[in-house]
Write a protein that binds this ligand. Structure first.
Ligand SMILES: Cc1ncc(COP(=O)(O)O)c(C=O)c1O
Length: 396
C-alpha cells in the first residue's frame, strides 16, 4: 500500500467545511489547528464507508466499546511494552473532556493545578473553567530546546496547595518527547506534593526516528498508581471530528473516582469514532509509518526555512506536526499571529494562548501537502525577512 499524501490540493482543501480551512478566508493558508490535510488510513476509511454504506449509524454496542479498549491495551503492550489493565480503562469522547473530568474529580475549586507552559491552550482553560487555581511552571529553555528542569519545577510547585499536575508528552507545542530523567523529575515532584498526574499522550504515535515515547508509568514505576494516561487516535490518524478517546488509570481508586461521574454526564460515544479508533489502532500502522516519513520531510523543510531567517528561533520538533516559533526577536509584539494572517496570508496559532512563555510566539501546523507547505514557508519567509531583527534580539 502506498498512500498519495498529495491527493488533496489547495482547491480541495479550501472547500473543506471543518474548522481548519473554514477559518482561513480568501487565499489565506491554514496552518493552525492540529488537523492534517492527508487522506485517511485505508482501514479507517473502509470501516467508516462500511458503516455509512450499511446505514449502521445507531447507538454503539458494548462490543464496539470493548474493541477500542482491547486495541488500546494491545497497542500499549506492543509499542511501549506497558501492561494496561483493561478493567481500568474508560472510553470517553475526547481527551479534553477527560482533562475537565479529572480536574473536577481529583481536586476541589480553589485547589492548585500545575501546568508546565507553554502548553496546549485547553490545559489552561480547563483550570480556569473549573475554578481551580493555575500553578504555572514554565519549561526551561536550554540551548538545545525546551526541557523539564527539576529544581525549577520543584520551586514553582512547593507550597502551592496543588492537587493535580497536567502533563503533555509528547509535548504540544514544543514537540519535545521528554527523556526518562525529565519524566522521573515530574514524577518525583508529584510524589513529594502528593499530586495526581494526568498525562496527555495524544501525540505518542507521532514520534520521529531518533526518539521514542516512554509512558509515564514506565519511566517512573513508583508513580504509576498516581497516573491517569489519556490517549486517542484522533491526532495521529486525523479523525478528531469523530470524538473518541481513552483514559487509563494507574489504580482502582482513581478509576472509581473518575467513573463516579455518570456516563450520561460524560456524554455518549459515537459509533463512527469507536470503529475508526479500533481500526486505526489495530490496522493503521502501515499508513502511520508512511505519514510519519512525509511529516519528517515537512519538519525538515520548516527547520531549513526558519534557520535562514534572522531573529527567528525554533527547535525542530521530536514529535508532532507542530513547530513552535519564537518571533520575539523581530519586535512584532506579544501576539504576531494577527499580523501574519493579515500581511503574510498565513493563519497560525497565537502564542499567548499557550501561557506566559507564548508571548511573541506562533505555532505552525505543517501537516499539509509539500506544495501547500512551500506556499506557507515562502509567504512567511518573504514577510519575516522584511522585518528587521531588534538590536537586543533574543528569546523572551
Ligand atoms: C495535547 C493535546 N491534547 C488534546 C487534544 C485534543 O484532543 P480531543 O479532541 O480528543 O479533545 C489536542 C489537539 O490538538 C492536543 O494537541
Amino acid at each position: 500500500m502506498s498512500v498519495n499524501f498529495d491527493r488533496f490540493d489547495l482547491a480541495d482543501l479550501t472547500k473543506r467545511r471543518g474548522a481548519k480551512w473554514a477559518a482561513a478566508p480568501g487565499d489565506v493558508l491554514a496552518a493552525w489547528i492540529a488537523d492534517m490535510d492527508f487522506p485517511l488510513a485505508p482501514p479507517v476509511a473502509d470501516v467508516l464507508a462500511e458503516a455509512v454504506g450499511a446505514q449502521d449509524l445507531g447507538y454503539p454496542s458494548g462490543q464496539d466499546v470493548d474493541a477500542v479498549v482491547a486495541s488500546f491495551v494491545a497497542r500499549s503492550a506492543s509499542r511501549h511494552g506497558l501492561d494496561v489493565d483493561p478493567s481500568l480503562v474508560v472510553v470517553t469522547s475526547d481527551v479534553v473532556q477527560s482533562i475537565y473530568i479529572a480536574l473536577m474529580t481529583f481536586s476541589e475549586p480553589g485547589d492548585g493545578v500545575v501546568v508546565q507552559t507553554p502548553v496546549y491552550p485547553p490545559f489552561l482553560s480547563a483550570v480556569a473553567d473549573t475554578g481551580r487555581r493555575l500553578v504555572e511552571a514554565p519549561l526551561a529553555v536550554a540551548p538545545q530546546g525546551y526541557r523539564v528542569d527539576a529544581d525549577r519545577l520543584r520551586a514553582a510547585v512547593r507550597g502551592q496547595g496543588a492537587k493535580v499536575m497536567l502533563v503533555c508528552n509528547p509535548h504540544n507545542p514544543t514537540g519535545r518527547v521528554f527523556a526518562d530523567d525529565e519524566l522521573e523529575a515530574v514524577a518525583e515532584v508529584a510524589e513529594e506534593e502528593d499530586l495526581v498526574l494526568v498525562v496527555d499522550e495524544i501525540h505518542a504515535d507521532l514520534v520521529y526516528p531518533g526518539r521514542s515515547h516512554v509512558p509515564m508509568p514506565l519511566a517512573a514505576p513508583a508513580a504509576a498508581t498516581r497516573c491517569v494516561t489519556l490517549a486517542s487516535a484522533s491526532k495521529a490518524f486525523n479523525i478528531a471530528g469523530l470524538r473518541c478517546s481513552v483514559a487509563s488509570f494507574g489504580s482502582r481508586s482513581l478509576y472509581d473516582r473518575f467513573s463516579a461521574v455518570p456516563s450520561h454526564v460524560r456524554g455518549g460515544l459515537s459509533v463512527l469514532g469507536l470503529r475508526a479508533t479500533a481500526a486505526a489502532w489495530k490496522e493503521g500502522d502501515e499508513w502511520l509509518g508512511q505519514v510519519l516519513s512525509y511529516l519528517q520531510d515537512n519538519r525538515d523543510a520548516v527547520a531549513t526555512a526558519l534557520a535562514g531567517l534572522d531573529g527567528v528561533v525554533s527547535f525542530a520538533p521530536e514529535a508532532t506536526y507542530l513547530a513552535w516559533i519564537d518571533l520575539s526577536g523581530l519586535g512584532m509584539g506579544p501576539d504576531p499571529a494577527g499580523e501574519l494572517k493579515q500581511n503574510a496570508g498565513v493563519l497560525l496559532s497565537s502564542g499567548p494562548d499557550f501561557g506566559g512563555p507564548g508571548k511573541g510566539h506562533v505555532r505552525l501546523n505543517f501537516a499539509t501537502t509539500a506544495e501547500v507547505l512551500q506556499g506557507i514557508l515562502s509567504r512567511l519567509g518573504t514577510y519575516l525577512s522584511g522585518r528587521r531583527p531588534r538590536v537586543d534580539s533574543g528569546r523572551s
